[in-house]
Ligand binder design. Structure first.
Ligand code: PLP
Length: 399
């Protein structure tokens, strides 16, 4: 029995996506920029895909959708562009829990290019403080970049409100919506969001395709210059199979959005309750009241996430851990650290992330397997005594 529960890392292509894109590897191989029939057929398919993405995002115009190679490229493009078009403003606001595709670039710009960076902290549930945010906004703010949903905990951020507040001081608002797109209803045309990034491979499209939404009329500087593709806003011959696949994935995501909040959420909740009822000294991280329906990030105290993952892998279960092996020492993730989760718990976090393809049988397998793995690993832990923790357990504020 296997269970793929790492959908926040990447998703399987939907079968419909594979069928839609396959002809563009063979008979429909034309370059969409070509004047002949081979090209124009492909150009039509790209137009359809753009319209599907426009609808998924509730954008006013399909010309607001720019295809890129991935969300990292979209994030980099958005941030560089926002800073270039507002040369007089030198401040950036972001959060402590952004993906490195935003956070590491912002830190680089602060260290090497003279920008002032304000990193908003989060509380124990991973929530931002809007009063603190308001106090940082000023006429000096060039850009605010805040993710829509956190990839580790699933915590949702009030980006609509935050975009309104940024608009009040004339700053550009960008959101990394990689984990939210396809799960959370998005209606950009009625929002103050200026730029948004998403990634195909997180919503059952192939890897290597991303989107940058650019509000009409927003001043913009391309990152990649060259050919006139994407109306001169992103040079490079189009990744046609990726674009066609993403178009179909966007259509399917709209069709299945309700399932995320019914079937998928019910399975996720069953996983959490099933595991936690059998496992002492474990808790769910993130905002329990406001998070993605597919994500369960569980901290198992007194053991290492890496060890849990190895045992899970052995049992056919794919998940992720919140720690990364950096320079020989196991550091808990920056998200867990920002939330103030102590090392004894942060080291043992495991993220289970579901999709609409997750089955009851997969969840049964996890519930039957995980508590045993945890109990066995704790027997080997130096922090674990004869019958319980050898040191005081951490109590999350909402436990
Ligand atoms: N932003 C978030 C929130 C993510 O989860 C990821 C991928 O894990 C990315 C950005 C990067 O996406 P891509 O792989 O398309 O560059």
């Amino acid at each position: 029995m296997t269970a793929y529960l790492d959908n926040n890392a990447t998703t399987a292509c939907a079968p419909e996506v594979v069928s839609a894109l396959l002809p563009f590897f063979s008979e429909q191989f034309g370059n969409p920029s070509s004047m002949h029939e081979f090209g124009s057929k492909v150009e039509g398919a790209i137009r359809n895909a753009r319209s599907e993405v426009q609808q998924l995002l509730g954008a006013a115009l399909d010309s607001e959708i720019i295809f890129t190679s991935c969300a990292s490229e979209s994030n980099n493009t958005a941030i560089h562009s926002a800073l270039k078009v507002q040369a007089g403003r030198k401040e950036i606001i972001t959060s402590a829990v952004e993906h490195p595709a935003v956070l590491s670039l912002c830190k680089y710009l602060a260290e090497h290019e003279g920008y002032t960076l304000h990193i908003l902290p989060v509380d124990g549930r991973g929530r931002l403080n809007l009063a603190h945010y308001e106090s940082l906004l000023s006429e000096r703010t060039a850009l605010v970049s805040i993710m829509w949903a956190n990839n580790e905990t699933g915590t949702l951020f009030p980006v609509l409100k935050m975009a309104e507040m940024a608009k009040g001081v004339g700053a550009i608002f960008h959101t990394d919506a990689v984990q939210a797109a396809g799960k959370v209803p998005i209606n950009l045309k009625d929002s103050a969001i200026d730029m948004l990034s998403l990634s195909g491979h997180k919503l059952h499209a192939p890897k290597g395709i991303g989107v940058l939404y650019l509000r009409r009329g927003l001043r913009y500087r391309p990152l990649l210059r060259g050919g006139h593709q994407e109306r001169g806003r992103r040079a490079g011959t189009e990744n046609v199979t990726g674009i066609v696949g993403l178009g179909e994935a966007a259509r399917l995501a709209r069709e299945h959005m309700n399932e995320e909040w019914t079937t998928v959420k019910r399975l996720r909740d069953r996983l959490e309750v099933g595991v936690l009822l059998q496992t002492p000294y474990a808790f769910v991280t993130g905002d329990p009241d406001n998070r993605l329906p597919n994500t369960a990030n569980i901290a198992f105290e007194y053991i290492e996430g890496e060890a849990i993952l190895l045992h899970l892998n052995h049992a056919g279960i794919a998940a992720s851990s919140g720690s990364a092996c950096t320079s020989g020492s196991l550091e808990p993730s920056h998200v867990m650290r920002a939330m103030g989760i102590p090392y004894t718990a942060a080291h043992g976090t495991v993220r289970f992330s579901l999709s609409r393809y997750t089955t009851e049988a997969e969840i049964d397998h996890v519930i039957a397997t995980v508590p045993k793995i945890i109990a066995n690993l704790r027997k080997l832990s130096p922090y674990w005594g004869e019958s319980g923790p050898a040191q005081k357990a951490f109590q999350p504020e909402y436990a």
